[in-house]
Structures are given as C-alpha cells and as structure tokens.
Design a protein around this ligand. Structure first.
Ligand code: FDA
Length: 513
C-alpha cells in the first residue's frame, strides 16, 4: 500500500525514528481529522472527500527533507500548508494521492530591532509576526495583510498587501533572504539558491518551487502615533458622490494615507429598507491634527471630522483593522492577534480584478443591482487603492506585476452558511455573474488577477499529466503578465520533473518553448 510504504520510508530515512513518528498522521490516527481541520479556513472544503493519505507536521528541517524524498519515491504529491487560507483549498485538497506537509509547528520569529530586520518561519501567522515586532519596538512595522490568522508561507510567496501598501509596497517587496528546501531535499539560502529562484518565490507562489521554511524581512519605520477610521455611507447619505470622488483621488493621496473602500448591501435601520453602503476604512501614518486638513483639501466629500478618528499605535491599528473582520471593538489588547482560530467565516468564493480608470456611474448602478440580489447571503467588493510606492516599483522587480497604471484593485467575495449543493451553486453563479458584468470596467489583455486571491475559474493545469506553457499562460498571464515566462524558466531549472505541482503551479518549458 502506497502510504504504508511512504511512512516506512520516512522511518527508514529518519535518524531518530521517534521524533518523526510523533508528527506523522495517517487516516487511522485518532488525531488525523483534527489536524486536518485545524486550519481549513474555507468551509466550502471542510467536507471534501479528497483527503490526504498522510499529514506530516515537521518539527525540524530533516522532517521536511525526508518527506520530499519519500513522496517522490512513492508517487505521492505534496501540498505544503502554512496558514491554510488558500481560497481554493489547494494546500489541503487534491484530486491525486497526496501528503500534507503542514508547517504549523515551524513558527519561530526573531526580531532584530536594532538592524530593523526579522527572521520569521512560514508556519507563523501575520498576527504572531505583528505582535512580536510590537514587543520589540513601537516604531517598526511590516507591510503585509490585514487578517491576523493568514499564514506567512502562502502570503509572502504570493505578494501580500495591507494598509502600509501605498507607503512601502507588498510583503514580498520587503524580503531580504529566505530558506527553501528544493526537490532534492537541499536547504538553500538566498546565496545558495541564486537570484532567479529568490526572485520567483517573492510573488510567484511558493508551491511551484519547493518548501520555504523561513524568511528574512526588512522592517519599516512607523510613527508612534497613527490614525484610523471607518466611515460608513449609504446611498441615502450621498455614497454615490463619495464613491466617485474616491475613485479619482484614493490612488493620488499622500502615500501615508490608505483608504480602502468596501461595498455591500445592508439593511438600513434608519431607512427601513435595503440599500448599498460604502465603508471607508483607513489608516494614516501620523496624527489626527495632520490628517484632517489633508482630507479637507483632497477629499472633502467624505466629511471626515475629528470624532470619526482614533489615534493609536501601529499595533493598535492592526487590532482595529482585524476587528473589522471578527466583529469585535478594535480596542482589545494586542494579544488578540495570537488567536489562531478567531475567524471561520463560512463557505466562500473570491475573485479579483485590477482597475485602470474610474468606473462610470452607469457601471456602478448595474453593480448595485447585482448586490441587491436577495438570494445570496453576503456579497462584498473591497477596493484597495494603488499609487504611492506601488507605482514606483517596476513590473519585473518581483513576479507580482500589477504596478503603475492601475488605480485600484478589487477583491470580490461571496460568503454563505446554508448547506447543500444548490446553495453552493447559487452563490458561485452569482459571483461569476458579477465578474462577467465587471469585464468592461476593469483591465483586459490580460484581465489581471491576484494569486493570493486564488481563483480556479481563471484557468487550471491538467493535474494528471503535462500542462504546456501555452495552456498555462491562460491563467499565468493574469497573475504575472510578462513575468510568467521567467517564472517558467526558473521552474524548469529548479524542478525539471515538475514534482511540486498543483492546479495552478508554474509549468516547466519544453525545449522549443
Ligand atoms: P495556505 O497554507 O493555504 O497556502 C497558500 C498556497 O501557498 C498553497 O498553494 C500552498 O501550498 C502554498 N504554500 C504555503 N506555505 C508554503 C511554503 N512554506 N512553501 C511553499 N509553498 C507554500 N491577502 C492579502 O494580500 N491581504 C490581506 O489582507 C488578506 N486577507 C485575507 C483574509 C482572509 C480571511 C483570507 C482567507 C485570506 C486573505 N488574504 C489576504 C489572502 C492570503 O494572502 C492568501 O490566501 C495566502 O496565500 C494565504 O497564505 P497561507 O499560508 O495562510 O495559506
């Protein structure tokens, strides 16, 4: 039996059999299900029948090396899981015999405040990283994502953005070194892996190239006082005009201000009916005294006043933004960021788009008609403004190519709790309809997308067998545009037999390609 031979191989290769046997879970192990379910973030996949033969939760590098060697020998695929937030469940669901390499025990974080750097292992969460930084310094931060439970491994290797993006770019723009284990089981740092592979894992998705164990990051300066606000405006409260102005100015504001705009249907108690509400969620790297005049000058339509704003520390702003997701007050102590199981939002499907010019009013009205659909439980669009540092970085600096020319990025999500296939189909159909509707208003050729909002609708590989470059380009150009060819060249060099693969892994090149 394949998986028994695989497990035997792990034991044979292990110098210390005891240490690896404690971290190997086969389907008959009583903890198998709880380990598997622990970080399944999208409940759309929680009852999937496509389960791993074995789960390995390494405690040390040698456990990963052994798993890579034995999986190849016994014909099992590897899915590496860090935080388990993949939108399509690619880190824990596969239609082929496979092993999950779950890095949840590899979560060490070492902050060097003096040199403004840190080493962080892939199995740590963003919340753990932010918390560790704040324990060492009140004036250092890191520009990565908003939700505290997101895993470092997937997030950094796919880009990673949050409220510091306009000032400092993406998480992947601020990586100095990394430790990866390649297909031969070799542990490589930046120098040993070379600049091509180091380039590829900063935005090209880690899963195609090996297992990234740890990252060295550059911390960024933040002032001791920052200002946050969340302002909500319905259509009855002039949202239309404010949204139109936001589209014109959000990417041009002082790069210390990031105002995300979230749009959804709400039941307005004030008006006793359904309406559309835009939420303006913002962080400013400075005090309220400086923010108010800046906003009065550039974005008076929002009507921001002092009482809408909270002055806090940078870590306080992280708690505030995270609270928007979990519905708490936002004033909790930063320890709340260490809770790994705080959100299980339900079943969901996400998509993404990039915008080059403001959506005209007719386009917005059609969008609202779709949001009014009462047969879906919850649908939302989040618009994240670009500009600032994002426009300064060249399209080929790292694999993430969406830079100047884009005014903002849209994240679409539909979330539901209702059981059954019919409910799933209804919500999936809705978000696909929305995506189709948006086509004239967003980027085209390619219609750009963000790999960290993984969406298998944009194209997939043949999971059994070879996928050529041309076929993979259908999805590859959307995520990486002109960087896709270089990613394929790196892949061909470091994993020529395409061992590390999934539905959207980078293909190897044939001689003529
Ligand atoms: P997971 O473990 O599922 O891995 C994702 C992919 O990376 C898989 O293909 C996996 O195999 C691979 N991988 C993981 N670890 C690896 C490793 N060590 N080596 C090699 N390959 C590895 N994004 C964003 O930019 N800003 C944001 O604010 C948010 N917010 C957010 C909130 C919520 C609730 C969710 C569910 C998601 C987000 N995201 C996000 C998207 C997030 O960045 C994306 O899902 C990341 O890939 C998640 O990384 P995990 O390690 O958690 O995922």
């Amino acid at each position: 039996d394949t998986h028994e031979k695989f497990v035997q191989c792990l034991y044979n290769y292990s110098h210390n059999t005891n240490s690896i046997s404690n971290v190997v879970y086969t389907q008959t192990n009583s903890s198998y299900s709880s380990v598997l379910d622990l970080t399944i973030q999208n409940l759309r996949f929680s009852n999937s029948s496509l389960k791993p033969h074995v789960i390995v939760t390494p405690l040390q590098i040698s456990h990963i090396q052994t798993t890579i060697i034995c999986s190849q020998r016994h014909g099992l695929q590897i899915r590496t899981r860090s935080g388990g937030h993949d939108y399509e469940g690619l880190s824990y669901v596969a239609g082929v015999p496979f092993v999950i390499l779950d890095l949840l025990n590899l979560r060490q974080i070492t902050v060097d405040a003096e040199n403004q750097t840190a080493w962080v292992q892939s199995g740590a969460t963003l919340g753990e990283l932010y918390y560790s930084i704040s324990q060492k310094s009140k004036t250092l931060g890191f520009p990565a994502g908003v939700c505290a439970t997101v895993g470092i491994g997937g997030h950094f290797s796919g880009g990673g953005y949050g409220f510091l993006m306009r000032k400092y770019g993406l998480a992947a723009d601020n990586i100095l070194d990394a430790h990866i284990i390649d297909v031969n089981g070799n542990l490589l740092d930046r120098k040993a892996m070379g600049e091509d592979l180091f380039w590829a894992i900063r935005g090209g998705g880690g899963a195609s190239f090996g297992v990234i164990v740890a990252w060295k990051i550059k911390l960024v300066p933040v002032p001791s006082t920052v200002t946050v606000f969340r302002l909500e405006r319905t259509l009855e409260e002039n949202a239309t005009e404010i949204i139109q102005k936001w589209q014109l100015v959000a990417n041009k504001l002082d790069e210390r201000i990031m105002i995300r705009m979230d749009m959804a249907r709400v039941n307005s108690s004030q008006h006793g009916k359904l309406t559309i509400q835009a939420s303006f969620v913002s962080m400013f790297l400075g005090g309220v005294e400086e923010l108010i005049p800046l906003m009065r000058k550039s974005f008076p339509e929002l009507g921001l006043v002092r009482k809408d704003c909270n002055e806090t520390s940078w870590i306080g702003s992280v708690v505030f933004m995270n609270a928007g997701l979990i519905g708490s007050t936002g004033n909790e102590a930063p320890e709340v960021l260490l809770n790994r199981t705080q959100i299980r939002s339900g079943k969901y499907k996400g998509k993404s788009d990039y915008v080059r010019k403001p959506i005209p009013i007719d386009g917005l009205r059609g969008l609202w008609r779709l949001l009014y659909d009462d047969k879906i439980e919850y649908g939302q669009l989040q618009f994240a403004p670009y500009g600032g540092r994002m426009s300064d970085i060249s399209e080929s600096e790292i694999p993430f190519s969406h830079r100047s020319g884009y005014i903002n990025h849209i994240h679409y999500v539909v979330v539901w709790g209702e059981e059954g296939n019919e409910a799933t189909q209804r919500h999936m159909d809705w978000i696909r309809r929305l995506y189709k509707y948006m086509e004239p208003y967003v980027s085209s050729s390619p219609r750009a997308a963000y790999i960290n909002y993984r969406d298998l609708d944009v194209g997939v590989n043949n999971n059994n067998g070879y996928t050529n470059y041309t076929q993979a380009s259908i999805w590859g150009f959307k995520y990486f545009n002109n960087n896709f060819k270089r990613l394929a060249r790196v892949k061909t060099k470091v994993d020529p037999h395409n061992f590390f693969r999934n539905e959207q892994s980078i293909p190897t090149l044939q001689k003529e390609e």
